[in-house]
Design a protein around this ligand. Structure first.
Ligand code: ZN
Ligand code: ZN
Length: 580
């Protein structure tokens, strides 16, 4: 029996509206998804001139008999949808049946396919079947789409530049390759191979093929589940970041979906690990029973709603936090190029670098192996991991970077960033766990504000009171502050309070106490922390490192900048040609 059914008219009208072939990528998408549906394990996409001259897709899938091959080019043919219900419970690659005839009507197509050792070849020009004959039997299907839009000059004009057509195709093929690590994808343009995946089911290898070894080396595998969702995939270490969210890829039951809420959850989970405006590379597979999702499919995009969204967001942020929290994230400098390309550095050694006199630890430093929390309920507060290894302070350079060593290598710590992190975590803790340790001010501070600002502060006065800042109205448009919590940065108490008031003035309608506290902690931490160029004694440096080591995330300041970087002994030896 023919596998392709003629689709019910109502259904096809429902979806036909948006099914317009506009770009080369829509053709590639249609053909590749057909190949996937045909259970192919190898799909080759060959383009000439970014697909504008030719798009050829060759697969090793099931193939079609002559009847099916002809039906595929008729309108309202689909192998996907049988009744309207299917629209709402789609688990396969969506519905098609409209796109292939549309493509055929605006191009010259040669199709070769084969079933039971009988090969069929069909040639279609502008939608008209020109030739239909037997041909050599080769497993699978090959479709060549030539001269797209040759007969519709108006649409031809609408094609973008070759570069942009190609980049859309690459983007699509990357995503589909990540969705199907079991399928071997080869993409080439003008005979130049752009992507070639192994097709052996290893997602990390696909990531390697797309992003290269540097990225693949810095991915962390994640794996988690709750009663409703099963999640697995890879997230990048914070040192790998991108300028946009494009590389955060979520798949639901094997299909790439774009869901802003999920993206936001992922980005938020990297809060303070990555600088603002930078984004991680993430590939997450979400497996869920299809009864828990509501797929609203529009041919050009797919919108998906999860009925247990909060639970999903929780396990995603939990697994990302846990993974970042249990991984050694010290950035190791391996490529010396950026370092030696600096102009002659003026090294101001503040403490003498008496390397000889610093005792090398005799015993091997334990490698930074992280204890897996085995099946136990994950405890958000404490994972015993040696995040910062034992370090011996040598001195500092530029009055800014503490120089340390151990037998693994040399470490530089940015003293401001480190102190900022320590203070940030302290303040965040104090803000979310207010205690009654307050201090009366010798001289109360009065804060005079323009009337409009006075009104805003008055409205949010509980925020200050809950922090144990004793604030009262004082006259027409001023406040008086008589006591404050003891943890406010010493010597900077007034500045700190004024900063908090400034932050209250920037509050927008979608207020979140958690975010507000976070901002207060980060702002005060910056104010309270030693600056670059503040001279520290060796002992102060050692204390700073000890405090940093106790932090939840010792690797970044609250703004996502690194606190510590590492040059391995081996890399140094390589640079000095002592080792090859
Ligand atoms: Zn700062
Ligand atoms: Zn910072």
């Amino acid at each position: 029996m023919a596998k392709i059914h003629i689709m019910d008219e109502i259904l096809s009208n429902k979806i036909a509206a948006g099914e317009v072939v506009e770009k080369c990528v829509s053709v590639v998408k249609e053909l590749v998804e057909n190949s996937i549906d045909a259970h192919s394990t190898e799909i080759k996409i060959e383009l000439i001139e970014a697909g504008t001259k030719q798009i050829k897709v060759v697969d090793n899938g099931t193939g079609m008999d002559e009847d099916d091959a002809l039906t595929a080019f008729q309108r309202h043919a689909t192998s996907k949808l049988l009744d309207e219900d299917d629209l709402y419970r789609i688990n396969t690659l969506g519905f098609r049946g409209e796109a292939l005839p549309s493509i055929a009507s605006v191009s010259m197509i040669t199709l070769k396919t084969c079933v039971d050792n009988i090969g069929t070849m069909i040639t279609i020009n502008g939608g008209k079947i020109e030739k239909q004959e037997k041909c050599e039997a080769r497993k699978g299907t090959s479709i060549e789409v030539n001269k797209l839009f040759y007969n519709t000059p108006a649409r031809l004009k609408h094609l973008n530049s070759l570069n942009s057509e190609l980049s859309n195709i690459i983007d699509y093929i990357n995503k589909i390759a990540l969705s199907y690590p079991n399928i071997k994808f080869t993409l080439s343009n003008n005979d130049k191979v752009i992507l070639n995946t192994a097709g052996d089911g290893n997602l990390l290898k696909v990531i390697n093929s797309i992003y290269g070894i540097e990225v693949a080396k810095n991915m962390i595998e994640v794996n988690t589940s709750n009663d409703d969702y099963e999640i697995n995939g890879y997230i990048s270490k914070p040192i790998i970041s991108r300028a946009n969210r494009n590389h955060i890829i979520t798949l639901v039951n094997g299909r790439v979906v774009k869901n802003n809420e999920l993206n936001k959850t992922i980005v938020d989970s990297y809060h303070t690990y990555i600088m603002e405006g930078k984004f991680p590379i993430v590939v997450l597979n979400i497996n869920v029973d299809s009864s828990l999702i509501d797929v609203n499919i529009h041919p050009t995009k797919m919108d998906i709603k999860f009925s247990k969204m909060d639970g999903l967001k929780d396990i995603i942020s939990e697994v990302i936090n846990k993974s970042l929290n249990s991984t050694n994230l010290i950035q190791t400098i391996e490529n010396p190029k950026p370092i030696i390309s600096y102009e002659q550095p003026k090294v101001v050694v503040q403490q003498e670098l008496e390397l000889e006199r610093v005792e090398y630890p005799k015993e091997e430093i334990k490698p930074l192996i992280v204890e897996e929390s085995k099946n136990e309920e994950y405890n958000n507060e404490k994972i015993e991991v040696e995040k910062i290894p034992e370090l011996y302070v040598c001195g500092s350079v530029f009055g800014t970077y503490i120089v340390c060593q151990n037998n693994i290598g040399m470490y530089l710590i940015d003293q401001h960033a480190a102190k900022e992190r320590i203070n940030y975590e302290l303040y965040l803790y104090k803000l979310s766990n207010p205690d009654n340790n307050i201090i009366d001010m010798l001289f109360p501070i009065t804060i005079e504000l323009p009337l409009n600002e006075f009104i805003i502060i008055k409205e949010h006065i509980d925020l200050l009171k809950n922090m144990n800042i004793n604030i009262e109205e004082f006259g027409m448009s001023s406040f008086i502050i008589k006591s404050h919590p003891i943890w406010l940065p010493k010597g900077n108490e007034e500045v700190a309070i004024r900063k908090i008031i400034d932050l209250i003035l920037t509050i927008k309608t979608n207020f979140s106490l958690e975010k507000f506290n976070d901002k207060v902690a980060a702002t005060l931490a910056c104010k309270a922390s030693i600056k670059a160029n503040d001279a520290l004694s060796i002992e102060e440096m050692e204390n700073l490192i000890d405090d940093l080591r106790k932090c939840n995330n010792p690797y970044n300041c609250p703004h996502g900048r690194p606190t510590i970087i590492n040059f391995t002994k081996y890399e140094l030896e390589k640079m000095f040609k002592r080792a090859i």
